[in-house]
Design a protein around this ligand. Structure first.
Ligand code: ASP
Length: 441
């Protein structure tokens, strides 16, 4: 069969398999637009409740899943030389993808100049709930970069687990797993324990996913109802730059990346992870999508050894979509306020966006908090900063949904490339979407 036919079949099957989530997404957009024009408290509260049930259910399994996946992943690689090789490759691949994202974001924003003449609709005159969020955000980012880095080292791993601070949890889980791998056979009881935790959390994920369609529907409807469609007209240039950037990343950068570094057919991979891509868009959370990303990769040909190591780290540290948004948003504000963008400043923005994006948690809205790190040093006055933030907050959710879709897809892209390099892909399964089973079983 010709390859493009196979790709079409893969996409068709992806849609057929996931039609209910896809329908939930489309219906959510329609109902959201309708609710924006016909506010209905009861409907809004009901949908918010349904969406929150779905999000909370997945959040419930994320921490045990991340810790157990990292322990199993690292101890199954075992040998520290191989682990070092795998880890270095992972960091390199994630960096390449994020450098591409910030470069494309910067190039598009400089070429299309979405911020020129935009200062009139950036105003601090906004709803009080947004004002409160803005003030809290600016306040939370008062610390400098060194303090942020210091915060990655957990003083007490249990309190990080209790408060759900992902980066310190990952740091501890990594060190703990490497130590377990080094101590030899005495690690068996602990590793078996985490194997049980992993298997049980994946089982719960299966159950939760049977609720994915109504969950995604409700979350999307509530999100869309908060901004409606009129917003697109007033800031179409800014959203246009973002949309073009996201599409370039999805349809040009990832395919080229996979072509250069592996022999993974990109469309087959997209078909394999279609459920995760849709849930990422609906939930705007890489962490919440993680259980599903792992399930999609593992059930469709990528080995557990690679996915359990690469995906949890990616869901927390690899945020290329967020990095692109932060670059575009900061250049947009600079243009709106007439800040001169020297080549030095542009490189500074790009580097800070890479750091700020990887320090943000995989939860809704996190990227807009760490963007303060990039905005510092732009020479904006406090009033401009508040107004700029307020503007970004008003269109936060839609851009979050788009960037999270990229964040999750690139995790899977890097995971597939590494699995290919390590001979850890079952191509007979990956390239035969007819054989894919449901995630729910
Ligand atoms: N919501 C994004 C994610 O979970 C993070 C962000 O806010 O950019 O990947």
């Amino acid at each position: 069969m010709k390859f493009h036919m196979q790709v079409l079949i893969a996409l068709g099957l992806g849609l057929k398999r996931n039609w209910h989530i896809f329908a939930g997404l489309l219906l959510g957009i329609l109902v959201g637009v309708w609710m924006h024009h016909h506010p209905n408290m009861l409907l809004m509260n009901t949908l918010t409740f349904i969406g929150q049930v779905f999000i909370r259910l997945i959040q419930m399994v994320v921490i045990p899943l991340i810790i157990s996946a990292i322990v199993i992943g690292i101890t199954s690689v075992g040998d520290s030389k191989q682990l070092g090789k795998l880890g270095t490759k992972m960091v390199l691949y994630y960096t390449i993808i994020t450098v591409a994202a910030v470069s494309i974001g910067a190039a598009l924003a400089l070429m299309m100049q979405p911020g020129l003449g935009a200062s009139h609709y950036i105003t601090a005159d906004i709803a009080s709930d947004i004002q409160a969020k803005v003030a809290a955000t600016i306040d939370s980012q008062k610390g400098n970069l060194l303090n942020i880095i210091l915060g990655f080292i957990p003083k007490n791993p249990l309190s990080s687990i209790a408060s759900g601070d992902m980066v310190p949890i990952i740091v501890f889980a990594l060190m703990f797993s490497i130590a377990l791998a080094k101590v030899g056979d005495v690690n068996r009881p602990f590793v078996s324990f985490f194997e049980s935790v992993f298997a049980a959390t994946m089982k719960i994920t299966d159950w939760i996913m049977s609720f994915a369609a109504p969950g995604v529907f409700a979350l999307t409807a509530v999100a869309v109802s908060s901004f409606g469609v009129d917003i697109f007209a007033s800031i179409s240039k800014y959203l246009g730059v973002l949309a073009i950037g996201f599409c370039i990343q999805l349809f040009i950068v990832y395919p080229i990346f996979l072509k250069i570094f592996s022999k993974v057919p990109v469309m087959m991979l997209y078909a394999a992870i279609a459920e995760a891509m849709m849930v990422a868009f609906g939930t705007a959370s890489s962490s919440a999508t993680l259980p599903l990303t792992i399930a999609c990769c593992e059930k469709r040909g990528i080995s557990h050894k690679v996915s359990s190591f690469v995906l949890p780290l990616g869901a927390t540290l690899n945020m290329d979509g967020t990095a692109m948004l932060q670059t575009v948003a900061v250049i947009f504000l600079a243009q709106a306020y007439g800040v001169a963008l020297s080549p030095f400043l542009i490189v500074q923005i790009a580097i800070l966006a890479m750091i700020a994006s990887s320090t943000c948690a995989g939860i809704p809205g996190a990227g807009l908090i760490t963007i303060a790190l990039v905005l510092n040093g732009m020479g904006l006055s406090p009033e401009q900063l508040v107004a700029g933030f307020a503007f970004l907050f008003t269109i936060e959710r839609i851009t979050d949904m788009m960037r999270t879709l990229l964040n999750v897809t690139s995790d899977a892209v890097v995971c597939a490339a590494i699995a290919d390099n390590e001979n850890e892909i079952n191509y007979d399964l990956l390239n035969n979407p007819e054989e894919y089973g449901d995630i729910i079983n």
